[in-house]
Design a protein around this ligand. Structure first.
Ligand SMILES: [Zn+2]
Length: 933
């Protein structure tokens, strides 16, 4: 039961955001031909014939219009009673104690869970991972001791004869990291830099078959491919099929792993993989993630499912890197924490040093490695901060240069269990100039030729792809690719939060640009909704033999802006792309829903310019909040409301629509009147709108289905329940007026609040139902962090507070409390514009207020900070944790240990706060207190 509740609560919270309400806006469809044909002014006599023609055209249009309207009316009235639409279920009734109860209808109220489904969680694991990341965290002191040339590590020594029997195999892997939007927009990066990388790649890799390269951002590659001529395409195809160029990971982007929902992570992976397979017949084998700010355990799970056998990660806390280096655990099998066996295992390589640039990839000493970044040869715009520049490799210095580099290779290889070494060679947007290709490939080839020709050096060095490296590791260990090499550890857990030095925790980006993080989630939920409805519509169309008449709509999507760390102009570019995609997805949803609700699909007609339905909100610009659609009711004819449930279970949910009248009657599809709660729509903090009301009702929605409701402007219906509003104001000085027929009372002191209590800062703390002694405690807290006075400050990436969080918030909050029979609503204004019907958007309605350097962490609803979707959210087996800001300011050299909470804490909190529905012993459900879930 407990578990069932949790599942329902989580499920509801996650998917509630994806409920779309569609309105049949009949008025909208009535074209106004006169206006369209608007010409105005006086016509000379000679144009009378033209006018007559026009009048005829108008009449014709009117006639067509009438036909359209009658089609619409017919189709709406003859709704299908099979397929996607099902009856709305039994009606709620009022019990003797005053609460509304839904009768038990024989259907399961909660998703039933079989005991065997939970076996993985019972703790009986046949082969638990040796390395549990939570244990590793508690083991480490996070002391940041100076390690010498390898500042965050230690001195590495070796015996020169170690490779006498088995030479060191070195794979130098050239790469270029291209962000699809960061300082520049995606397009600007492409035109300024990325296209030149590909153009040079085709020429320079073709010059020598020993040259290799890897590429990971398929979004850029597709753009180049579509602009390239057939000869360049063929040359590129040859390089890929010949193994010189490897597509690594194969995602549309190198996805962020902390903020992204797994749906988006999968989606971008599918996008890239499908393109690669269709266009080139290529299936990526190795994962490459050098720039995500911390690594989620979801990624190895998804990569494994996507047929990838090995993966690489880079941005891991430097203390973890040091620890794993000292125990030679940088290569491990990454296992899901819930997995009972090795079925989810994937081989993972963790890069040991600070960065993926050249100074930090050849070995432990950046001062030496930088000398082997030949783009930095004297005369170049980039140089070595360690003050020793690279030297071109010539006969006179090759012996000394090769020895110096081999020493670094050998030291680095001491951190691994196999005598195979990976040496990435690249950086951000590298290899855009032909000169750099020559500098890197020619100088390295001279070094390789020298080393390989001298057996006493016991080394085999070459350019390689990432899979060349992994294959050599498997071969050296005598195992098949993807299987666990002997003696390599198994690890469970993840690598959040990330710190690259000192106490620079990269958790600031969890909350950067929460508005766009929210827009991205809204977009994803619409994408999922559109996919479902579109598939259902196409299936129905095929079944009915009318495939050609259903519009196949192309929808664009874009999936990288989540960290929120891009420049303003790039953010606007992302926002505009997302809004365009959202508008397109709504069109797909509208068309599909229109088709699906019609009983007689033969009369279906696709309205390109005048959509048949309208969605429940609109966004005028990429940076505006959605504006909800007002349904104007008519006493004579009904308006229709179509509600879509994108979840694969029946669900009971609260639906709210904006209407223009307080006289409302709501009927189910089969004509039964439903109780509707009418509440005020606030036009400002102190003003109820006289023109707009919120109408809310409970509806049972079929799984993946549509339900239809009729709305009438009707004289008082006994089923219309009016909210009684109690308003708590911070001071007496404000006046607020109620509006007939919605009563309003105002209070300023706590004593007047019989049902709920608030903390000092007007934050909700307890709820008690009328006639019910039980007090429900609610966690809802605003805390603020100051920013520290030192040079390094909190920003888009880092979270560097000046100390512990201070409870409280300096805003005068106005609290509105609605008392009504159907549900109960409580919200604060102006901070929270309202508490909408779904939990997630509550946490996100926060965006319009900029906080400058003060980082605000608000625990609303599920205990999630605003704008933060923690890594644990939606991850299979993922664990969540929060970070304790350092105590005391300015102690930059003393990184704090992250404080973690375990999964059961979070579930407890979820449960403690969610009381939307209570299952009674007779199987009926009681609506307790919506709005606090
Ligand atoms: Zn990047």
């Amino acid at each position: 039961m407990k578990l069932k509740k949790q599942v329902t609560v989580c499920g509801g919270a996650i998917f509630c955001v994806a409920v779309f309400s569609l309105y049949l806006m009949l008025d909208k469809v009535q074209h106004d031909p006169a206006r369209r044909q608007n010409s105005g002014g006086n016509f000379p006599r000679s144009q009378i014939s033209v006018l007559q023609n026009r009048i005829e055209q108008l009449e014709q249009l009117l006639e067509e219009n009438h036909q359209i309207i009658s089609h619409i009316k017919d189709s709406v009235l003859e709704l299908t009673d099979t397929g996607a639409v099902s009856p709305s279920g039994h009606l709620p009734f009022r019990s003797s104690n005053g609460s509304w109860v839904l009768p038990f209808d024989g259907r399961a109220a909660f998703l039933s869970i079989k005991p065997q489904d939970c076996q993985f969680a019972q703790g009986r694991r046949s082969s638990p991972a040796e390395l549990q990341m939570l244990d590793v965290y508690s083991l480490l002191s996070f002391d940041n001791v100076d390690g010498g040339v390898w500042k965050q590590g230690f001195e590495i020594t070796y015996d020169p004869n170690e490779w006498d029997d088995e030479p060191l195999q070195v794979f130098v892997v050239p790469h270029s990291h291209n962000d699809p939007g960061w300082v520049k927009t995606f397009d600007k990066y492409y035109y300024d830099q990325t296209q030149h990388i590909f153009n040079n790649m085709v020429v320079k890799l073709t010059e020598d078959p020993r040259r290799k390269f890897i590429w990971s951002e398929i979004s850029f590659f597709v753009k180049w491919w579509e602009n390239a001529d057939i000869h360049k395409q063929e040359a590129m195809r040859k390089l890929i099929l010949g193994g010189q160029l490897e597509m690594v990971t194969g995602g549309w982007v190198m996805t962020d792993e902390a903020n992204s929902h797994y749906f988006a992570m999968i989606d971008q992976l599918i996008e890239g993989h499908q393109w690669l397979e269709r266009t080139l017949g290529v299936i990526p084998r190795s994962g490459w993630a050098v720039d995500p700010f911390g690594h989620s355990a979801t990624m190895p799970y998804l990569l494994k499912k996507a047929n990838i056998t090995s993966m690489l990660i880079q941005r891991v806390h430097y203390s973890i890197k040091k620890h794993f280096s000292s125990t030679r655990s940088l290569e491990f099998m990454w296992r899901q924490s819930w997995a009972p066996d090795s079925s989810t295992d994937i081989f993972c390589h963790m890069m040991p040093f600070y960065s993926y640039d050249v100074p930090h990839t050849c070995g432990p000493d950046p001062k030496i490695c930088c000398q082997f970044d030949f783009k930095r040869l004297p005369g170049s715009r980039v140089n070595c901060p360690w003050k020793v520049p690279p030297r071109a490799v010539v006969d006179a210095n090759v012996a000394e240069r090769a020895a110096l580099l081999l020493d670094q290779y050998r030291k680095k290889s001491k951190l691994f269990r196999t005598k195979v070494l990976l040496v990435p060679l690249g950086d951000d947007f590298r290899y855009d100039k032909a000169l750099e290709w020559d500098q890197q490939y020619q100088n390295y080839q001279r070094l390789f030729d020298y080393m390989n020709a001298r057996s006493e050096m016991h080394v085999q060095a070459q350019f390689g792809t990432l899979s060349d490296y992994f294959n050599a590791v498997y071969k050296a260990n005598d195992v098949a690719p993807g299987t666990r090499p002997p003696d390599h550890p198994v690890l469970s857990g993840d690598f959040f939060a990330y710190a690259d030095r000192e106490d620079h925790y990269w958790s600031g980006y969890y909350t950067s640009r929460p508005f766009y993080k929210n827009l991205d989630r809204v977009l994803e939920s619409h994408l999922r909704g559109a996919e479902i409805l579109y598939s259902l519509a196409v299936a129905h169309a095929r079944h009915g033999g009318m495939e050609g008449r259903y519009p196949t709509t192309d929808y664009a999507l874009l999936t990288d802006a989540r960290p929120g760390t891009a420049k303003e102009v790039v953010v606007i570019d992302y926002g505009s792309r997302m809004l365009r995609a959202l508008v397109g997805l709504k069109r797909v949803i509208i068309n599909a829903a229109h088709f699906l609700i019609m009983k007689n699909k033969d009369v279906y007609r696709f309205y390109q310019t005048e959509p048949f339905l309208e969605t429940d909100d609109k966004r005028p610009t990429q940076d505006s909040l959605p504006q909800r659609t007002l349904i104007e009711l008519d006493p004579n004819s009904p308006r229709y409301l179509v509600v879509f449930n994108p979840v694969e279970q029946d669900r009971l949910c609260l639906v709210t629509a904006l209407v223009n009248t307080a006289r409302i009657r709501l009927l189910t599809e089969d004509g039964q009147t439903l109780p509707v709660q009418l509440s005020a729509q606030w036009s400002s903090a102190v003003q109820m709108s006289p023109e707009v009301y919120q109408a809310s009702f409970m509806a049972r929605l079929p799984a993946l289905g549509l339900a239809l409701f009729h709305l009438y402007d009707s004289t008082d219906s006994p089923m219309t329940l009016r909210s009684d509003t109690l308003l708590r104001l911070p001071t007496h000085s404000q006046t607020v007026h109620g509006l007939d027929p919605l009563p309003l009372r105002t209070v300023t002191s706590d004593s007047d609040w019989a049902l709920i209590s608030f903390s000092l800062y007007l934050v909700l703390q307890t709820i008690r139902r009328k006639d019910d002694p039980q007090v429900m405690r609610v966690q809802f807290q605003f805390v603020t962090y100051g920013t520290r006075p030192s040079k390094d400050k909190s920003g888009a990436y880092l979270f560097l507070p000046d100390g512990k969080a201070k409870v409280g918030f300096g805003y005068p909050l106005r609290t509105v409390f609605l008392q009504a029979q159907l549900f109960l609503d409580c919200f604060n204004h102006p901070l929270l514009s309202s508490v909408p019907n779904d939990v997630l958007s509550t946490a996100f309605t926060f965006y319009p207020y900029a906080f400058g350097p003060v980082c605000v962490c608000v625990c609303v609803c599920m205990g999630l900070p605003v704008g933060l979707s923690p890594a644990g959210h939606g991850r299979p087996g993922g664990r969540t944790k929060t970070f304790l800001p350092p105590n005391g300011a300015g102690n930059g050299n003393n990184p704090q240990r992250p404080e973690r909470e375990n999964e059961s804490d979070r579930l407890f909190r979820l449960q403690g706060q969610s009381h939307a529905l209570q299952l009674n012993t007779d199987g009926s459900k009681e609506i307790k207190a919506h709005g606090f879930s």
